[in-house]
Design a protein around this ligand. Structure first.
Ligand code: SF4
Length: 77
């Protein structure tokens, strides 16, 4: 299970797709670029995403046009 996620900010083009698919996890920063916020994660990728969001998380990864949505079975930091 790949339940950790973060946004590679330098790749994000602020298209909004991931935020539309999974707004509980992805929200815009002050510039409109996505970041992972679930559980106060602060885009560190260290907060486990609940299993019931797993399919939407996969969709967000697949739907990102710039492959900026990262996903891992381990915390990123
Ligand atoms: S789908 Fe990708 S490019 Fe679009 S806002 Fe999310 S991270 Fe950024």
């Amino acid at each position: 299970m790949k339940q950790y996620t973060r946004i590679e900010k330098e790749r994000c083009i602020a298209c909004g797709a991931c935020m539309a698919i999974l707004p509980a996890v992805f929200q815009p920063d002050e510039g409109g670029y996505a970041e992972a916020v679930y559980g106060g994660d602060g885009n560190r990728g260290i907060t486990r995403i609940p299993l019931d969001m797993e399919l939407d998380l996969w969709d967000a990864v697949d739907g990102c046009p710039t492959e900026a949505v990262r996903q891992s079975e381990y915390p990123f930091a």
